[in-house]
Design a protein around this ligand. Sequence first.
Ligand code: NDP
Length: 323
Amino acid sequence: MTPEITTPTPETRDVVILGSGCAGLTAAIYAARSNLKPLVLEGHEPGGQLSITTLVENFPGWPDGIQGPELIENMKLQAQRFGAELRMAHLSAADLTAHPIKLTVGKDIIHTRTVIIASGASARWLNLPSEQALIGNGVSSCATCDGFFARGKEIAVIGGGDSAMEEALFLTRFATKVTLINRTDRFRASPIMLERAKAHPSIRFMTSTIVEEVLGVEEKDVKGLRIKNTVSGEVSILPVSFMFLGIGHIPNAQAFKGMMDLDEDGYILASDDVHCTLNGQVLPGVFCAGDIKDRKYRQAITAAGSGCMAALEVEKYLEAHGR
Ligand code: NDP
């Protein structure tokens, strides 16, 4: 792609932030406090994953926990207080090699010296209507966030990869019994994680089994799972009161395919944790933060931390370029 040379206009922004989860909003707070007047495009899932979580008990500073949506709302207010502009919009197209960078948002073209991509990752769901209806009420995709609510309960974990093994092992700290349900009899998990989970006395394995329905929509609380053995065809009810999904995440970086280096699962391959690259070369002015480049930790606090890092790097970059 030939870089488009455009003379910066007075409308050229210093920084545009894509995404309004923990990473994007923390970047906005830092950039706004540096007087960079960041524009935040809130994206397809405003507020990110926290906006669909209930109580967040592991974000430092909230000894009694805080509701995910409230935490996000506070971050928004904090960013706006220092001059961040939030817009309910998402990116339609981008030219990241142009100078200034060119972003298309609907009919608008936005020119900016830097961009922070913080569009996050979305948990993969089974996409059953009953599952979707019970998210936050006994259905969760984050054991670290919601494991505590499973204490004293019998629960199910869905998946056969490392995430599912890790979640199942972690949840044995709270749940009385964990049933791990894998849709085939093959596991993607690494042998060591699989063995560890298999050896745990509180975890039992159900293979070649799919979840057909989550029971309890009327009661607004999980009452069990209707499951089916795909080999025998037998349908039964598993009496659990929590279902955790561990079937992977999808990084929201599909729009950047071909524009920057992504790993085989579509996560941004960041250089020095914050710089986006193309063919191994740093893309000037293009930064990333949060779950879109983090397949490992995926916590609100690590996303927030990386948003802070990206904003500080933006500041340094602009300073080095005479702003
Ligand atoms: P994976 O892609 O490795 O595994 C996903 C699992 O979910 C598979 O068993 C898959 O089944 C199953 N699955 C996918 N879609 C559905 C569906 N619709 N219904 C039922 N089951 C489904 O994802 P992970 O998140 O587990 O791991 C991602 C990466 O992160 C891996 O590289 C992993 O090693 C790494 N990781 C490492 C950890 C560690 O080292 N501590 C912890 C967590 C992750 P099927 O096989 O049939 O497709």
